[in-house]
Design a protein around this ligand. Structure first.
Ligand code: UDP
Ligand code: MG
Length: 185
Protein backbone atom coordinates (compact mmCIF):
# COMPACT_ATOMS: atom_id res chain seq x y z
CA UNK A 1 0.00 0.00 0.00
CA UNK A 2 1.40 3.39 -0.96
CA UNK A 3 1.70 5.92 1.80
CA UNK A 4 0.76 9.56 1.26
CA UNK A 5 1.53 12.29 3.77
CA UNK A 6 -0.44 15.51 3.86
CA UNK A 7 1.82 18.12 5.46
CA UNK A 8 0.09 21.00 7.21
CA UNK A 9 2.05 23.81 8.87
CA UNK A 10 -0.11 25.30 11.60
CA UNK A 11 0.23 28.59 13.40
CA UNK A 12 -2.77 29.62 15.51
CA UNK A 13 -5.26 27.62 13.47
CA UNK A 14 -7.69 26.51 16.21
CA UNK A 15 -10.70 27.77 14.29
CA UNK A 16 -10.10 25.83 11.09
CA UNK A 17 -8.84 22.51 12.44
CA UNK A 18 -12.22 20.82 12.96
CA UNK A 19 -13.51 21.58 9.46
CA UNK A 20 -10.07 20.64 8.12
CA UNK A 21 -10.19 17.18 9.76
CA UNK A 22 -13.71 16.69 8.41
CA UNK A 23 -12.74 17.62 4.86
CA UNK A 24 -9.58 15.48 4.96
CA UNK A 25 -11.41 12.49 6.42
CA UNK A 26 -14.20 12.58 3.88
CA UNK A 27 -11.53 12.67 1.18
CA UNK A 28 -9.33 9.89 2.55
CA UNK A 29 -12.29 7.65 3.45
CA UNK A 30 -13.66 7.80 -0.07
CA UNK A 31 -13.61 4.60 -2.09
CA UNK A 32 -10.89 5.75 -4.48
CA UNK A 33 -8.60 7.13 -1.77
CA UNK A 34 -8.97 4.24 0.70
CA UNK A 35 -6.41 2.22 -1.18
CA UNK A 36 -3.67 4.49 0.16
CA UNK A 37 -2.26 4.69 3.65
CA UNK A 38 -2.74 8.29 4.83
CA UNK A 39 -0.87 10.48 7.24
CA UNK A 40 -1.84 14.01 8.24
CA UNK A 41 1.43 15.47 9.46
CA UNK A 42 0.89 18.69 11.37
CA UNK A 43 3.83 20.92 12.21
CA UNK A 44 2.81 23.22 15.01
CA UNK A 45 4.82 26.38 14.50
CA UNK A 46 4.71 27.79 18.02
CA UNK A 47 0.97 28.46 18.14
CA UNK A 48 -0.31 30.38 21.14
CA UNK A 49 -3.90 29.18 20.86
CA UNK A 50 -5.44 25.70 21.20
CA UNK A 51 -3.96 24.32 17.97
CA UNK A 52 -1.86 21.68 19.75
CA UNK A 53 -4.59 20.49 22.12
CA UNK A 54 -7.06 20.11 19.25
CA UNK A 55 -4.55 18.06 17.24
CA UNK A 56 -3.72 15.92 20.28
CA UNK A 57 -7.43 15.31 20.93
CA UNK A 58 -7.81 14.12 17.35
CA UNK A 59 -4.84 11.76 17.79
CA UNK A 60 -6.49 10.33 20.93
CA UNK A 61 -9.75 9.85 19.08
CA UNK A 62 -7.99 8.08 16.22
CA UNK A 63 -6.08 5.84 18.62
CA UNK A 64 -9.35 4.71 20.18
CA UNK A 65 -10.90 3.89 16.83
CA UNK A 66 -7.63 2.30 15.63
CA UNK A 67 -7.73 4.50 12.57
CA UNK A 68 -4.51 6.43 12.98
CA UNK A 69 -3.76 9.19 10.49
CA UNK A 70 -2.72 12.27 12.41
CA UNK A 71 0.77 12.96 13.68
CA UNK A 72 2.33 16.05 15.16
CA UNK A 73 5.70 17.77 15.17
CA UNK A 74 5.59 20.42 17.85
CA UNK A 75 8.20 23.13 17.29
CA UNK A 76 9.52 24.95 20.34
CA UNK A 77 8.59 28.40 19.03
CA UNK A 78 7.40 30.20 15.92
CA UNK A 79 9.96 29.69 13.14
CA UNK A 80 7.85 30.74 10.15
CA UNK A 81 6.05 28.64 7.58
CA UNK A 82 9.13 27.71 5.49
CA UNK A 83 11.06 26.30 8.44
CA UNK A 84 7.96 24.49 9.67
CA UNK A 85 7.60 22.85 6.27
CA UNK A 86 11.27 21.95 6.20
CA UNK A 87 10.80 20.09 9.50
CA UNK A 88 7.91 18.17 7.95
CA UNK A 89 9.91 17.33 4.82
CA UNK A 90 12.74 15.96 6.97
CA UNK A 91 10.32 13.74 8.86
CA UNK A 92 8.54 12.41 5.79
CA UNK A 93 9.19 8.85 4.63
CA UNK A 94 6.16 8.43 2.39
CA UNK A 95 5.74 7.69 -1.30
CA UNK A 96 4.23 11.11 -1.85
CA UNK A 97 3.94 14.33 0.11
CA UNK A 98 1.14 16.86 -0.30
CA UNK A 99 1.53 20.36 1.10
CA UNK A 100 -1.60 22.20 2.08
CA UNK A 101 -2.33 25.26 4.21
CA UNK A 102 -4.58 24.79 7.22
CA UNK A 103 -7.01 27.52 6.19
CA UNK A 104 -8.77 25.48 3.47
CA UNK A 105 -8.29 28.21 0.87
CA UNK A 106 -7.08 25.44 -1.40
CA UNK A 107 -9.71 22.71 -1.73
CA UNK A 108 -8.56 19.24 -0.57
CA UNK A 109 -11.07 17.89 -3.10
CA UNK A 110 -8.42 18.55 -5.77
CA UNK A 111 -6.13 15.95 -4.22
CA UNK A 112 -7.53 12.94 -6.17
CA UNK A 113 -6.76 14.74 -9.43
CA UNK A 114 -3.22 15.42 -8.23
CA UNK A 115 -2.85 11.75 -7.28
CA UNK A 116 -4.09 10.63 -10.69
CA UNK A 117 -1.35 12.70 -12.32
CA UNK A 118 1.21 11.25 -9.89
CA UNK A 119 0.05 7.76 -10.89
CA UNK A 120 0.58 8.75 -14.53
CA UNK A 121 4.22 9.37 -13.62
CA UNK A 122 4.43 13.07 -12.77
CA UNK A 123 6.69 13.71 -9.79
CA UNK A 124 5.69 17.26 -9.01
CA UNK A 125 2.05 18.27 -9.34
CA UNK A 126 0.74 21.56 -8.10
CA UNK A 127 -2.54 23.36 -8.06
CA UNK A 128 -2.62 27.12 -8.37
CA UNK A 129 -5.50 29.33 -7.50
CA UNK A 130 -6.94 31.19 -10.44
CA UNK A 131 -7.71 34.87 -10.22
CA UNK A 132 -11.37 33.94 -10.43
CA UNK A 133 -12.59 32.78 -7.04
CA UNK A 134 -13.01 29.08 -6.47
CA UNK A 135 -11.37 27.95 -9.68
CA UNK A 136 -8.17 25.97 -9.70
CA UNK A 137 -6.05 24.29 -12.27
CA UNK A 138 -3.44 21.63 -11.91
CA UNK A 139 0.07 21.87 -13.25
CA UNK A 140 2.49 19.05 -13.54
CA UNK A 141 6.20 18.52 -13.89
CA UNK A 142 8.28 15.52 -14.73
CA UNK A 143 11.27 14.80 -12.55
CA UNK A 144 13.80 15.95 -15.15
CA UNK A 145 12.30 19.42 -15.18
CA UNK A 146 12.10 19.34 -11.43
CA UNK A 147 15.80 18.73 -10.99
CA UNK A 148 16.60 21.50 -13.47
CA UNK A 149 14.41 23.83 -11.44
CA UNK A 150 16.04 22.74 -8.20
CA UNK A 151 19.48 23.40 -9.61
CA UNK A 152 18.65 26.78 -11.06
CA UNK A 153 16.93 28.51 -8.18
CA UNK A 154 18.29 29.67 -4.86
CA UNK A 155 17.60 27.77 -1.66
CA UNK A 156 15.17 30.37 -0.48
CA UNK A 157 13.13 30.10 -3.65
CA UNK A 158 12.94 26.34 -3.29
CA UNK A 159 11.56 26.79 0.20
CA UNK A 160 9.03 29.37 -0.96
CA UNK A 161 7.88 27.28 -3.89
CA UNK A 162 7.03 24.39 -1.63
CA UNK A 163 4.37 26.58 -0.09
CA UNK A 164 1.96 26.02 -2.96
CA UNK A 165 -0.74 23.40 -2.87
CA UNK A 166 1.45 20.67 -4.23
CA UNK A 167 2.19 16.96 -4.47
CA UNK A 168 5.77 15.69 -4.59
CA UNK A 169 6.94 12.17 -5.33
CA UNK A 170 9.44 10.54 -2.98
CA UNK A 171 12.22 11.34 -5.49
CA UNK A 172 11.56 15.05 -5.07
CA UNK A 173 11.22 14.77 -1.29
CA UNK A 174 14.63 13.11 -1.17
CA UNK A 175 16.08 15.84 -3.42
CA UNK A 176 14.65 18.52 -1.13
CA UNK A 177 15.98 16.72 1.94
CA UNK A 178 19.49 16.71 0.54
CA UNK A 179 19.24 20.38 -0.47
CA UNK A 180 18.10 21.18 3.07
CA UNK A 181 20.96 19.19 4.52
CA UNK A 182 23.51 21.11 2.45
CA UNK A 183 22.11 24.53 3.28
CA UNK A 184 21.40 24.03 6.95
CA UNK A 185 23.43 26.22 9.25
N1 UDP B 1 2.00 29.29 9.11
C1 UDP B 1 3.04 28.75 9.87
N2 UDP B 1 3.90 29.63 10.51
C2 UDP B 1 3.76 30.98 10.42
C3 UDP B 1 2.72 31.49 9.61
C4 UDP B 1 1.86 30.63 8.98
O1 UDP B 1 3.21 27.55 9.97
O2 UDP B 1 4.55 31.70 11.03
C5 UDP B 1 1.08 28.36 8.41
C6 UDP B 1 -0.40 28.67 8.61
O3 UDP B 1 -0.90 28.07 9.78
C7 UDP B 1 -1.02 28.11 7.34
C8 UDP B 1 0.07 28.34 6.30
O4 UDP B 1 1.29 28.49 7.03
O5 UDP B 1 -1.28 26.73 7.42
C9 UDP B 1 -0.20 29.59 5.47
O6 UDP B 1 -0.37 30.67 6.34
P1 UDP B 1 -1.32 31.88 5.99
O7 UDP B 1 -2.67 31.37 5.60
O8 UDP B 1 -1.25 32.88 7.10
O9 UDP B 1 -0.54 32.46 4.73
P2 UDP B 1 -1.07 33.09 3.37
O10 UDP B 1 -2.43 32.53 3.08
O11 UDP B 1 -1.09 34.54 3.65
O12 UDP B 1 -0.01 32.67 2.40
MG1 MG C 1 -3.83 31.54 3.85
Amino acid sequence: MKKITILIPAYNEEEVLQPLFERLNSLTNSKEMKKYSWEYLFVNDGSRDNTVSIIKAEIEKENKSKNRKTSLIDLSRNFGKERAMAAGIDACNSDALIFIDADLQDPPELIPEMINLWNEGYDDVYAKRNSRAGESFVKKFTSKMYYNVIQSVSDIQIQKDTGDFRLLDKKCIDALKSVQEKTRN
